[in-house]
Design a protein. Sequence first.
Length: 375
Amino acid sequence: MRLHAGRKTIALIGAVVTALLVGSGADVATADPTEPAFAPQSIVWPTQSDGYVLGGVACGTATCPAEVLATHNGGKTWTAAGRTHNGLAKSGEPGLTSLQFANAKFGWAYDPYLEATKDGGKTWTQVPLPGGEAKVLNLLAAPDGTYLVTSGCEIGTGICDDRPLKVWRAPAGKSTGWKQLDVQVAADDHVAMDAEGSTVYFLAAPFVGPGRLSTIRNGTVRPTSSVTCADAEDATITDLATNGPGRVYVLCMANFGRGHSDKTLLVSGDGGKTFRYDAIPGGLGLAGQLSVGPDGAVMLSTLTASLVYNRPTLSKSWRIDQEWLENSEHIHDLVQQSGTTAWVVERDAAYTQNTQLWVSHDAGASWQQTTLVPA
């Protein structure tokens, strides 16, 4: 099952996205007692039955800890599992933004801080970053271990051009024993990761131009290959996914501007040695996150147009529903629970309690708002 890769999969669009989202007017958190008590921020499904949601709670203080809700019956009922030590982070500030679980018990809350749980979110431990690094940029809870991308730049200082990013691995189920991997990542590179069994695909790419794809097996880094988008001189790689041995998918966009881009899906059956290029029809939205189900169903979210493109299993045609969400809302954390059910979060809980969780039960053909009420 596809492991959620975190909100940093769209970080490379940086200045472009910042300008666009500021123009749309971000919501500001208020103390309105009529607002919901729990605002979803990040969702993950380590199994089809076990799901977790990280969110904000209206506790009336400036440093509210984040809360984690859990379901173990596929989403029929949700319970309050526990609270993290840190609250949700606004852009460039301390706290947490994303959630991942390797299985039904062991998981992480991260970006830019790091916390771990071994009991399904009931209790959380603050984890010091390896090597004295300052912040977490990306994390992958793979079956064979946890992979971490860190920066030595202090929180709130942005990118340090003279300090490359570092990549670390800890054994499965452990929050200690980190070892640095020999993967070269520039300070301003965008990183996307996904895992199939003990194989991790690690893609680092500049703002424009070819990316560098490394294959990591049980912590050993294999030779790097180049990944080139269709419009190489004006293209950006935004995300990567895998759904089977040797099956690698890469999402690219080119000729991008306010609210539009040319999007291409690269598909490989040989572990990224060669790719087939599939153009995605429709120019609305900047390419964001990519999700591929075990059965081959593909979904991708967009920025600024607030849309989800999807291609069902065994289909050559792409679908898009343009009626389900207001234009220019920030949507993120696109994840497939099963071959028919997918989820996505609207807005950021660090800024407003008025975030929304959307679900599709027909493989992306239609979407409905859903409210999580702990039992």
